[in-house]
Design a protein around this ligand. Structure first.
Ligand code: UD1
Length: 418
């Protein structure tokens, strides 16, 4: 079983190149199923979730060449319409293959997706939208058998919440459906925009018709294209907190500055000096950061729920008390109990966590509970005095490529042990 050993208290200094966004590459790989021809997807991070998507595409009969950071997908002629349970359980994004399979083959047979345990993660919005578009769905014991009754047709869909996954599934079903689809209260995350750019480059007709409104005119075919995945704003935000807790100076390269605005303003409030350059960001942290007052997660363009865990870990050593309010998921504080092993003072109840900063943390043996919670433990260990051991790190590999090598290159005392 692999583990990370981190000796904390070392100042980080140097530059880090941010990899492509996990939450962008996963739906785009699912979307390659719709295309007649080859999709060349560049800037793909080497992550276990990306590998799981590649295995799903191969299982479905696609010809996939993964030469990271480039992945080329050719759907070819052979195709299955089922995804086995063990592949569905590997990640939440496996559910995006539902829209792609329905659009391409008119049927899909799969089970409920896996992913991080963050409380209930229903897919009712995905299913009701697809039903409105003419898909018949039989749900039995967590298994879904879906097929098109007469035709897949456009529809006017209003989402009660701007769900990222539901917006992606509707987009994939709509791009080649008959007629026009309108998605109201669609998710506005940059990763959704990236998916739209890819699909439009393949010949789709998607336009943004106001805030949170997407209009999709179905087209008969999509053709192959080359596409570069946008930078991972959550990876970048995580490394910003690594600088913040070590009094470090980091230059982050290959970023999209506007996507990091909420992270930048919070860390500036905490006393970090941040200079945003063209495609780069320089963060220079004080010896000890100040509290962040209120961190309130909301859909984009608000503060991203996925960045809250590393920010909460940083707040543990800030001077003063910070308050975190999670509005997206019911149960996102599973990692907080592990953080207290470092000596952090945190009270978490329901969707709120109150973090009373302490002058120092001490090394501890801790276990990752989920992907971003795992990143939070790394941030706390970088700040802590003495040695920490972090286990169950397979969660971290789902979202951070070569995290230990990356941090070691900028001065962290970190090693991966078997
Ligand atoms: C995506 C991201 C995840 C991020 C989240 C919110 C990927 C691979 N994952 O997850 O990293 O944390 O967006 O930014 O892109 N909901 C329903 N019914 C549904 C769908 C969602 O009630 O049918 C609820 C969920 O339970 C959750 C909220 O809506 O409380 C947000 O979910 P959603 O935006 O769909 O997140 P994901 O697509 O799962």
């Amino acid at each position: 079983m692999e583990k990370l050993i981190i000796e904390g208290g070392h100042r980080l200094h140097g530059s880090i190149s941010i990899h492509g966004a996990k939450n962008s590459v996963l739906p785009i790989l699912a979307a390659t199923l719709l295309v007649d021809g080859v999709s060349e997807i560049d800037n793909c991070p080497r992550l276990s979730d990306v590998d799981a998507s590649v295995r799903i595409l191969q299982h479905l009969g696609c010809d996939v060449t993964a030469e990271y950071p480039m992945i080329a997908v050719h759907p070819g002629g052979t195709c299955r319409t089922d995804i086995p349970d063990h592949l569905m359980r590997e990640m939440r994004s496996s559910i995006i293959f539902l829209g792609a399979l329905i659009a391409r083959y008119g049927e899909a047979h799969l089970s409920y997706p896996g992913g991080c345990e963050l409380g209930p993660r229903p897919i009712d919005l995905h299913l009701s939208a697809l039903r409105k578009m003419g898909v018949h769905i039989d749900e039995k014991h967590g298994h879904l058998d879906c097929y098109i009754e007469k035709e897949l047709h456009g529809s006017d869909i209003s989402l009660s919440f701007p769900s990222v996954g539901a917006t992606e599934n509707i987009l994939l079903a709509a791009v080649t459906a008959k007629g026009k689809t309108v998605i109201r209260n669609a998710a506005r995350e940059p990763e959704i925009q990236d998916l739209c750019h890819y699909l439009n480059a393949c010949g789709a007709n998607i336009v943004r018709a106001g805030e949170g409104v997407l209009e999709i005119e179905g087209v008969p075919h999509l053709h192959g294209t080359s596409h570069r995945i946008l930078p991972d704003r959550i990876e970048a935000a995580t490394y910003m907190t690594a600088a913040a807790v070590t009094g470090g100076t980091l230059l982050l390269k290959n970023i999209d500055p506007p996507h990091l605005a909420p992270a930048v303003s919070l860390l500036e409030e905490a006393g970090c000096h941040i200079r945003v350059l063209d495609g780069e960001l320089l963060i220079d942290a004080p010896a000890r950061i100040r509290r962040m007052r209120l961190v309130h997660t909301t859909p984009y363009p608000g503060f991203p729920t996925d960045a809250a865990a590393p920010f909460l870990a940083a707040a543990c050593i800030a001077s003063g008390t910070s308050v975190f309010i999670e509005t997206i998921f019911d149960n996102r504080y599973g990692y907080v109990g592990e953080l207290t092993r470092f000596g952090a003072h945190i009270k978490a109840e329901g969707r709120m966590a109150v973090v009373e900063g302490v002058p120092s943390l001490s090394g501890a043996a801790v276990k990752c509970t989920d992907l971003r919670g795992g990143a939070a433990l790394v941030i706390a260990a970088l700040a802590a005095e003495g040695e920490s051991e972090i286990t169950e790190i397979q969660h971290i590999f789902r979202g951070y490529e070569a995290l230990s090598d990356t941090l070691a290159r900028v001065g962290a005392h970190i090693r991966l042990e078997q």
